[in-house]
Ligand binder design. Structure first.
Ligand code: TEU
Ligand code: CA
Length: 543
C-alpha cells in the first residue's frame, strides 16, 4: 500500500506568465495579472499553480535562460509582487510550484560572465569547457534547438557545451561547489513558502559529454538524491521532473518514495506517438489509438505501486491537444471534454495548461515572422536550408510549434481578448471572439464546467485517486478502462473519434450503475450495450 501524500489529490494548473494576464498594459502578462486571476483558478478547482519561470532573464528562451535565480524579471514585477502572489494564493488554498531551470543558465548569468574570463576563474568549472579537436568541435553532440551543442569562445580558445541555445550554457553537475550553489538557491525559495518545484530537463543533469551522453547519465540519480537531502527532503513539497527520455523503469527510479528522489515525473512517451520514430517531432505521423492505449496503460501499470504518475496532454512546449488529437473544427467542445475525461480518469496527478480548460486551439499563423519561439525560428531555417518546401515546414509548425500554446490567454471577446489593454507581445489566436473565458463561464455546457466537474469528482472519489487501473477490451475506436478500489469500481469509456461506436460490459454483481460525468446529455447507463456518439465520454460508477 502506498503512503498517502497531499499531491495525490491535487490538480495542477500551469501558468505561462508572459501570456496569462497583463495588468499594466505593456503587452506582457505579469505577477499582478496572475494575482487578479487567482479567483478564476480557484473557481476551476485547481489547488496548485505551476509557474513557468519568472526570474531575471534576457528572454532568449522566454525565461528558460535565467540570469539571476534570486530576482524577479522586471517585466513580470518585483519580489514584493511575488510575495503577494504567495500570500494571496495561500489564502485561497493554492500552492505555488516554481520552475527550476538548473541544467543551464543564461550566458548573462554572473557565473558564466565570470567563467568566460579565464581558464582559472573560480567559476570556470561551473560550466563545461573543452579544447578544439583538429580545430573543430570536440564531438558530434547536437543542441536540441539545432546545430552543434558546442560553442567556440575566443577569449580562451575553448568550446563550451549548450544543449539548448548558445545563450544557455550547460552547468557542470560534477562540480560540487556548483551543486551547493544550487541547493542554496532552492532553499531560498523553499524558505519563502513555495509548494515545490517543476524541474526543467532534469534528466540531462547527469550528462557525460565526452561519451556523448545527454539523457540519463551515470550520476543522474545520485544528484537527485543529494538534492533531496540538501533541500526539500524533510519538507512536504511536490517535485516533478521533466524527463523526455524516461522509460517506465526510470519512472520508478525517480518516483518510488523509498528512493527519496522526486514526487513524480513528466514522461513523454505518449506525447511522441505522432512523429515518425527516430525522427524529429516535425516529421509528422498520424496518432494510432492502439499505441496510445499501450503506452498510457504501460505507465499506469508500472507506477501503480512503486511510484506515481503525472497526467498531462499540454504544456507551454506542446501544441493544443484539441487541435492535435481532438477535432477543433466540428467537435471542439465534445472532443476537448472527451480528452479531459480520458486523462482525468487515470491514476496520477493531472496538470491543466492555461487555456486547455476552455478548449483553446492551435494558431496557424501564415507568416514565419509571427512565430516568436527560438526553436521555431531555428527549425524553420534548418529545414529551409535542407530543401523542405515552405508548405511542408508550415504544416509541421501548425501541428507542433510551441507557439501554439503561447498565444495570449483568451479572457473575453473584447480587444486583445481582454488579455492586455496594450499591444500583446505575441499575436492572438483569431478565434478569441468565440473561444474565451467569459463566454465559457456563461455557458453551462462549456469545456470549462466539464473540467470543473472532473476536478470536483476527483476530490470526492477515492477510487479516482487510488483505484488500480486496468485497460478494457473494446472496439478499436474506443478507449475504455476501469479503476478498482476495494469493492468500488469506475468504468471510463471514451469514443476517440467521430463515427458512432458501441461498447459493452457486463458487471458481475452490482446494485446500481451511476453516471458520474458525461459530455452529452442523456448518456446510456445500460452498460451491456452503449452506443457512443461522436467523441462521447462517460465515467460510470458501479456499486
Ligand atoms: O523543454 C525541454 C525540451 O527539450 C523540449 O520541450 C523542447 O523544447 C522541444 O519541445 C523538443 O523538440 C524545457 C522547457 O520546457 C522549454 O520551454 C525550454 O525551452 C527548454 O527546456 C530549455 O530550458
Ligand atoms: Ca505587464
Amino acid at each position: 500500500e502506498i503512503q498517502k501524500k497531499w499531491w495525490h489529490k491535487s490538480v495542477i494548473y500551469q501558468i505561462y506568465p508572459r501570456s496569462f494576464y497583463d495588468s499594466n498594459g505593456d503587452g506582457v502578462g505579469d505577477l499582478q495579472g496572475i494575482i487578479q486571476k487567482l479567483d478564476y483558478v480557484k473557481l476551476l478547482g485547481a489547488d496548485v499553480i505551476w509557474l513557468s519561470p519568472v526570474y531575471d532573464s534576457p528572454n532568449v528562451d522566454n525565461g528558460y535562460d535565467i540570469s539571476d535565480y534570486y530576482s524577479i524579471s522586471s517585466e513580470f514585477g518585483t519580489m514584493e509582487d511575488m510575495n503577494k502572489l504567495l500570500l494571496e494564493s495561500s489564502k485561497r488554498g493554492i500552492k505555488i510550484i516554481m520552475d527550476l531551470v538548473v541544467n543551464h543558465t543564461s550566458d548573462q548569468h554572473p557565473w558564466f560572465i565570470e567563467a568566460k574570463k579565464s581558464k582559472d576563474n573560480p567559476y570556470r568549472d561551473y560550466y563545461i569547457w573543452r579544447d578544439p579537436v583538429n580545430g573543430k568541435e570536440p564531438n558530434e553532440l547536437k543542441s536540441n534547438f539545432g546545430g552543434s551543442a558546442w560553442q567556440f569562445d575566443e577569449t580562451t580558445n575553448q568550446y563550451y557545451l549548450h544543449f539548448y541555445s548558445k545563450e544557455q550554457p550547460d552547468l557542470d553537475w560534477e562540480n560540487k561547489k556548483m551543486r551547493s550553489s544550487i541547493w542554496d538557491m532552492m532553499n531560498f525559495w523553499i524558505n519563502k513558502g513555495i509548494g515545490g518545484f517543476r524541474m526543467d530537463v532534469i534528466d540531462l543533469i547527469g550528462k557525460d559529454p565526452d561519451k556523448q551522453i545527454k539523457e540519463n547519465g551515470p550520476r543522474l540519480h545520485d544528484y537527485l538524491q543529494e538534492m533531496n537531502q540538501k533541500t526539500f527532503g524533510t519538507k512536504d513539497l511536490l517535485t516533478v521532473g521533466e524527463t523526455w527520455g524516461a522509460t517506465t523503469e526510470d519512472g520508478k527510479l525517480y518516483s518510488d518514495p523509498k528512493r527519496k528522489e522526486l514526487s513524480m515525473i513528466f514522461q513523454f512517451e505518449h506525447i511522441q506517438l505522432d512523429k515518425i520514430p527516430g525522427k524529429q517531432r516535425w516529421d509528422l505521423k498520424k496518432l494510432e489509438l492502439n499505441e496510445l492505449k499501450h503506452v498510457l496503460s504501460k505507465w499506469q501499470y508500472a507506477l501503480n505501486e512503486e511510484g506515481w504518475n503525472s497526467l498531462f496532454w499540454n504544456n507551454h512546449d506542446l501544441p493544443r491537444i484539441v487541435s492535435r488529437w481532438g477535432n477543433d473544427r466540428e467537435y471542439r467542445v465534445e472532443s476537448a471534454k472527451m480528452l479531459a475525461t480520458l486523462l482525468h480518469g487515470m491514476k496520477g496527478t493531472p496538470y491543466i495548461y492555461q487555456g486547455e480548460e476552455i478548449g483553446m486551439t492551435n494558431a496557424a499563423f501564415e507568416s514565419i515572422e509571427d512565430y516568436m519561439d527560438i526553436e521555431t525560428q531555428n527549425i524553420y531555417k534548418e529545414r529551409k536550408a535542407a530543401g523542405f518546401s515552405e508548405e511542408d515546414i508550415m504544416e509541421s509548425l501548425y501541428m507542433k510549434a510551441r507557439d501554439n500554446a503561447r498565444t495570449p490567454m483568451q479572457w473575453s471577446n473584447a480587444a486583445n481578448a481582454g488579455f492586455s489593454s496594450g499591444k500583446p507581445w505575441m499575436k492572438l489566436n483569431p478565434n478569441y471572439p468565440s473561444v474565451n473565458v467569459e463566454s465559457a463561464l456563461y455557458d453551462s455546457d462549456s469545456v470549462f464546467y466539464h473540467y470543473q466537474k472532473l476536478i470536483k469528482i476527483r476530490k470526492q472519489n477515492n477510487t479516482l485517486i487510488y483505484g488500480t487501473y486496468r485497460l478494457l477490451d473494446s472496439e478499436p475506436n474506443i478507449y475504455a478502462y476501469e479503476r478498482i478500489l476495494e469493492n468500488k469500481k469506475l468504468i471510463i469509456v471514451c469514443n476517440f473519434y467521430e463515427p458512432e461506436a458501441t461498447f459493452s460490459y457486463s458487471p458481475e454483481s452490482h446494485s446500481a450503475v451511476n453516471i458520474l460525468i458525461s459530455n452529452y446529455s442523456h448518456s446510456s447507463s445500460d452498460l451491456k450495450n452503449v452506443t457512443l456518439r461522436p467523441y462521447e465520454a462517460i465515467i460510470y460508477e458501479i456499486i
